[in-house]
Design a protein around this ligand. Structure first.
Ligand code: AGP
Length: 612
């Protein structure tokens, strides 16, 4: 949520910062700004509402020359997204310039205190208050680093910050608490960014800041410490992805690219983790807690949004195949309802970014009660990945489109692997069936590839519904979470109102909405709920609803009940959500694209939600 990038070195900083901001824009994009220290050691700044492209066009490039600078792309929390509230923010004396991700929770208290000290404010942001607080301490200490440290010691809430000081124009100070920040260590230059995509073009050598840590960056050197003033020494880590991974590669949108990548990403999730001869799955990252997992009395899965939908699939899988009771919780609700957690529980946290504030808070809550925690995370080195007791990376690669697609299928595949691993240990699935499931698993990439090849047929149907106002998505069993996820995909990128329900629940309310203007997507593969789904289809048909069926290849029976049919290959129940979500991802993508929506950066959303 929001993106920060900064540069200090020998090169002109502006192009590096602008390029970084463009790569970070998927994190937040309602306004953007930069501050540069020029060759006269002055801080010059420009910011405005709108996207980074607009900022770039409006900037006077000749004026913005200098080899120290910071930039920000914003997702508004405090204050509407306008030019004034855009970052960077000055203090009242124009001494401190700051970019900030996160929320200063005690900003009112600090503001009132500063007002008593005759400080004045021009924006609605909590960030401006922090800039003034740093300035206040700078006046008292005459030392930039100490001033930042003392200010942060007073702050409650979350922050990732980068700041400049007019009186000490040869450094950038950065700090983190609850909002990711990393240093990129180059050749006589240091970069700072809220995620690796802004750095990867310049260096692969990175240092992740931990909560409560800060760093002073100078040309070619840096110094890490805690905000309590203890020095820190940390090894450099090497990023293992390529620039190509975060480029569009000829596709119109990242989302389309990411949907089409799924044959590969799914394979990356299971590669080396399953023996196809024996059907035995093994996730190395879970070795240290495997016994706890096998003996767990209960598994709690917690996550947000799409990852929560993956968690729901996990509930169906683990209860069906492993006979372990599972609860699935919205991470945002988890700790607010005084959950009963015991040391025998295993809590699984699912997160693409590994930075979602609510999921991270749920993780910390679970640890407080002594539960064993497992992360299913995509972003390597992210906070959740580092704080869990054990975990498995889904290896979906960088997901840039705000609407999650490949991360979802990889999360579900990870849960399937965990299911197979437990089922083998607990012998809740026979040896014979495990081998059958493993054989089926091996075919999933090829089946997804077939659907990617059929994308034009999905597009054709999508075109008929580009002007729809509402959509219903219905599914049963393993496909109920698919209905929820299909509806979320559509609403978040096309702004069409869409709801997902368990198909049988339709009769208890949503059926009132059915008329000739209501498209209803039924996830209706040939499985054990098929006959019941057909009954629900008939009920919608009887009320003139328009039926779009996601149906198995070779199921001709369904044609007579449906207005449109999107075909999917047959698979085992365990993998059905991975297969059946694919046409729904295409459907929402093509509808949104046809409506001219900004598919990769839908309004009001951000890729990683690092505020609670
Ligand atoms: C889904 O398309 C959204 N991007 C959103 O629901 C997302 O899944 C949610 O914010 C959780 O993010 P995470 O996986 O990074 O924790």
């Amino acid at each position: 949520m929001c993106g920060i990038v900064g540069y200090i070195g020998k090169r002109n900083s502006l192009p590096i910062i602008i390029e970084g901001l463009k790569r970070l824009e998927y994190r937040g994009y309602d306004s953007a700004g930069v501050s540069i220290i020029n060759d006269k050691d002055e801080i010059i700044s420009f910011k405005q509402a709108g996207k980074v492209n607009k900022l770039e066009e409006a900037l006077d490039v000749d004026k913005f020359q200098g080899n120290i600078g910071i930039g920000h792309t914003r997702w508004a929390t405090h204050g509407v997204p306008n030019d004034t509230n855009a970052h960077p923010h000055y203090d009242m004396d124009k001494n401190i310039m700051i970019v900030h991700n996160g929320i200063i929770e005690n900003y009112k208290l600090i503001k009132n205190r500063l007002i008593e000290e005759k400080y004045t404010f021009t924006t609605d942001t909590d960030t401006e208050i922090l800039a003034n607080l740093i300035n206040y301490h700078h006046k008292n200490t005459n030392d930039f680093e100490t001033a930042v440290r003392l200010a942060l010691l007073e702050v409650e809430g979350t922050y990732g910050i980068a700041c400049l000081c007019a009186k000490e124009p040869d450094k950038i100070l950065v700090a983190r608490k609850g909002s990711p920040l990393m240093l990129g260590i180059g050749n006589e230059e240091i970069l700072v960014a809220s995620d690796a995509s802004a750095i990867i073009n310049h260096t692969k050598n990175v240092i992740y800041l931990e909560d409560g840590e800060m760093a002073a960056l100078e040309r070619g050197s840096f110094h890490l410490k805690t905000i309590e003033d203890k020095d820190i020494y940390r090894n450099i880590e090497v990023l293992d992805f390529l620039l190509d991974d975060i480029e569009k590669g000829g596709y119109d949108h990242f989302m389309l690219k990411e949907i089409c990548e799924q044959p590969d990403t799914i394979q990356n999730t299971y590669r080396g983790r399953i023996n196809f001869e024996t059907g035995v799955a093994k996730l190395g990252g879970l070795d240290s807690i495997a016994e706890k997992l096998f003996k767990a009395k209960r598994i709690i899965i917690t996550a947000c949004g799409t990852a929560w939908h993956a968690g729901l699939v996990g509930e169906y899988m683990l209860e069906h195949y492993c006979r372990i009771p599972v609860e699935v919780e919205y991470a945002s609700e988890f700790r607010y309802r005084r959950p009963i957690i015991s040391t025998d529980d295993v809590v699984i946290l699912i997160s693409q970014s590994g930075e979602t504030a609510d999921t991270l808070a749920a993780l910390r809550e679970a640890k407080k009660f002594g539960a064993t925690t497992i992360g299913i995370v995509n972003v390597i080195g992210s906070t959740i990945a580092r704080e869990v007791d054990a975990g498995t990376y889904v290896h979906a690669g960088a997901e840039i489109g705000v609407a999650s697609t490949k991360a979802f299928t990889c999360q579900v595949m990870s849960l399937a692997l965990i299911t197979l691993m437990i089922a083998n240990e607990k012998k809740t699935v026979s040896h014979h069936d495990l081998i059958k499931l493993a054989k089926e698993l091996k075919q999933i990439p090829e089946k997804i590839a077939r659907m990617v090849g059929m994308k034009d047929s999905y597009k054709e149907v999508a075109m008929k519904f580009k002007d729809a106002k509402n959509f219903l998505y219905l599914g049963r069993g393993f496909n109920f979470p698919v209905a929820l996820e299909g509806a979320l995909k559509l609403k978040e990128i096309s702004y069409i109102h869409a709801e997902g329900y368990p198909a049988a629940e339709m009769k208890h309310g949503p059926i009132a909405l059915i008329d000739e203007n209501m498209p209803v997507v039924f996830i209706a593969p040939k499985d054990r709920t098929y006959d019941k789904i057909i009954s629900s289809i008939m009920e919608v048909k009887a009320r003139n609803g328009v039926i779009i069926a996601i149906a198995s290849e070779g199921d001709d029976n369904i044609n007579s009940y449906s207005d449109f049919v999107l075909r999917v290959p047959k698979t085992a129940a365990l993998f059905a959500p991975i297969i059946n979500i694919i046409p729904l991802q295409f459907l929402s993508y093509y509808i949104a694209a046809a409506r001219g929506c900004n598919v990769d950066q839908p309004r009001n959303l951000a890729k990683s939600v690092t505020v609670e």
